[in-house]
Each structure stands twice: as C-alpha cells, then as structure tokens.
Design a protein around this ligand. Structure first.
Ligand code: C2E
Ligand code: MG
Ligand code: MG
Ligand code: MG
Length: 276
C-alpha cells in the first residue's frame, strides 16, 4: 500500500513538474514571438527632486501586452527572459522604444529629463554592449547624457573587475549610471567606492517601513549620508505616503519616485513634461 501511495506521490509530483515546465516553455515561446511582434510596450514613472519639487527623471518600465493574458508586469517574465537569454533582444528593444519616445517628445517641443532604463546584468556583460547602445542612440540622435542606466548590485558580484571596467567605459561615453534596489544586494562599500555612479536608488523594501521600522529608517539615513560623502545622488523608490516623503526630505534625500507622486503610465497619460 505504501508503495502504491509512494508511486502516486511521485506521479503527482512529476506531472506537476511537467505542467510547470510546459507552461514556462509556452511562455518562453510566447515571449519570443512577442519580441518579434512588438507586443512589448513601455510605461514611464516620474521622479521628483525633493529640493525643488521639479520633475528630475523618468524611469522606463517594460510591459507585455499578451494576446490572451492581457497586460503582464515584468515580474511575470523578466526572470524567464533572463534564464532563456531572451533578455538580450528584449533589452535592446526597450532601449530602442525609449529612444523612439524621447525623440517624439523632443520633436513635440518638450523638455525631457534623464530617462532611466533598467539593464539586466547579462545584457551589460555582453562584449559589444557599449558599441550597440551607442549606435542606437546615434541612430535616433539622442544624447548619451539623456540616458541613465540602472544596474543592480548582482552585476558587480558576478564579475566585479569586468563590471567596473564596463561601467567606467559607459561613464566616459557620457551615460548616467545608477545602482537600483540599493541595500538588498551584497556589494561591499569598498566596491561601491570604485564605481563611477551618479545615483543610488534605495529599494522599496526600506522606504515601505518608514514610520514603522526604526532599523529601516536607520539604514535609509545611513545610505543618504553615504551618498553625500561619495558625492552620489540618492533617490528613494516606492514612496507611497506623505509621511515617507517628509521623512526622506528631512533627512536630505535628493529625490523620490513612487505611487504618491505618480504611477508608471503609458506616454499618452504622462502629462507632466514641460515645453522647452
Ligand atoms: P525596479 O526597477 O526596482 O522598478 C520599480 C518597480 O516598483 C516597478 O515595478 C514600479 O511599478 C514599482 N513601483 C513604483 N512605485 C511604487 C510604489 O510606490 N509602491 C509600490 N509597491 N511599487 C512601486 P514593475 O514595473 O512591476 O517592475 C518590476 C521590476 O522589473 C523592476 O524593478 C525592474 O527590476 C524590472 N524591469 C522593469 N522593466 C525592465 C526592463 O525594461 N528591463 C529589465 N532588465 N528589467 C526591467
Ligand atoms: Mg529600476
Ligand atoms: Mg528599483
Ligand atoms: Mg525595486
């Protein structure tokens, strides 16, 4: 009897595994098609200076308009894209779409603040990354200082020396560089000191606990001080309440991004750009 049960368990387990594998294989095929069929689109989330209250940036967040499943957030496909290397063509498409949109805004006479694009470590470690991104910007006539590349600490962990070299080349080429989700990774302070950064983005998980967790507050205060001493701007992401914003302002944080100030929206709903 035990043996029969054991067999059933095994079958249940294996058929679930198969089901998951089939689903993820299906999603991979769908994503492959989506990249070619241009089902990817961009949302933009505003960033504001706490000092002046002015718009100081826009973050590009990719969305997938899936034919059956509807609008899919990146949490549902970026990890798969990374596992399957589809993140490479996907990442290029995001950069192209962003440049296309910046050019449209510029031609309409708007002042466009720096536009931040999330770059996966895999993409940045590609040998021809710099040549490729330069060629896209040149094609659209976009200045490099218009683009901020958001990278995560995991990049620096994978191959620190190569990563630092790539980042230095990008900085010299004129790109702005930001560390995303700062605080949840493991990059040592010593490495941080070596990186040519314009900005640190404090992860949402710290911002969320302002007012409730003194430890998170202490970490935020420390990161702001770190930014000041290294001459790197500090932005807090995931700001949802006035109280969080007031805390960040009181402690000298440079800028904020979050639902309180604006959700990620498609370009036609972004009514915040000023005429140049
Ligand atoms: P991220 O770069 O840290 O982006 C911030 C995420 O927080 C976004 O989720 C944004 O919608 C969300 N967010 C913004 N304000 C608030 C807030 O006040 N409260 C809460 N709860 N959330 C807020 P989203 O759009 O789902 O993106 C998730 C992640 O997917 C991004 O995290 C980024 O790591 C990745 N991602 C998005 N677009 C791209 C892309 O084009 N390429 C790559 N490689 N990754 C991307
Ligand atoms: Mg980001
Ligand atoms: Mg982030
Ligand atoms: Mg985050």
């Amino acid at each position: 009897k035990a043996k029969a049960q054991g067999k059933n368990c095994y079958e249940l387990y294996s058929s679930q595994l198969t089901k998951e594998a089939v689903q993820s294989f299906q999603l991979e095929q769908d994503l492959r098609i989506a990249i070619h069929a241009r089902q990817l689109l961009l949302h933009f989330q505003p960033q504001f200076s706490l000092c002046s209250g002015e718009l100081c940036g826009l973050e590009v967040l990719v969305r997938w308009q899936h034919p059956e499943k509807g609008m899919m957030p990146p949490g549902e496909f970026i990890a798969l894209a990374e596992e399957t290397n589809l993140i490479i063509p996907l990442g290029w498409q995001v950069i192209e779409l962003a440049c296309e949109q910046i050019l449209i805004w510029q031609e309409q006479g708007y002042m466009v603040p720096p536009v931040a694009i999330n770059i996966s470590p895999k993409q940045l470690l590609e040998a021809d990354f710099i040549e490729h991104i330069n060629s896209i910007l040149d094609r659209f006539g976009i200045a490099r200082s218009q683009i901020e590349l958001e990278i995560t600490e995991s990049l620096i962990m994978q191959d620190p020396d190569y990563a630092i070299e790539q980042l230095n080349l990008l900085r010299h080429a004129g790109y702005r560089l930001a560390i995303d989700d700062f605080g949840i990774g493991y990059s040592s302070l010593n490495r941080l000191k070596q990186l040519p950064l314009d900005r640190l983005k404090i992860d949402y998980s710290f911002t969320r606990d302002i007012g409730t967790n003194p430890r998170d507050e202490a970490i935020i205060i420390t990161v702001i001080a770190l930014g000041k001493s290294l001459n790197i701007e500090v932005l807090a992401e995931g700001v949802e309440t006035e109280a969080q914003q007031a805390f960040l302002k009181a402690h000298g944080c440079d800028s904020v991004q979050g639902y309180l100030l604006g959700r990620p929206v498609p370009e036609q709903e972004l009514r915040i750009l000023k005429v140049a």
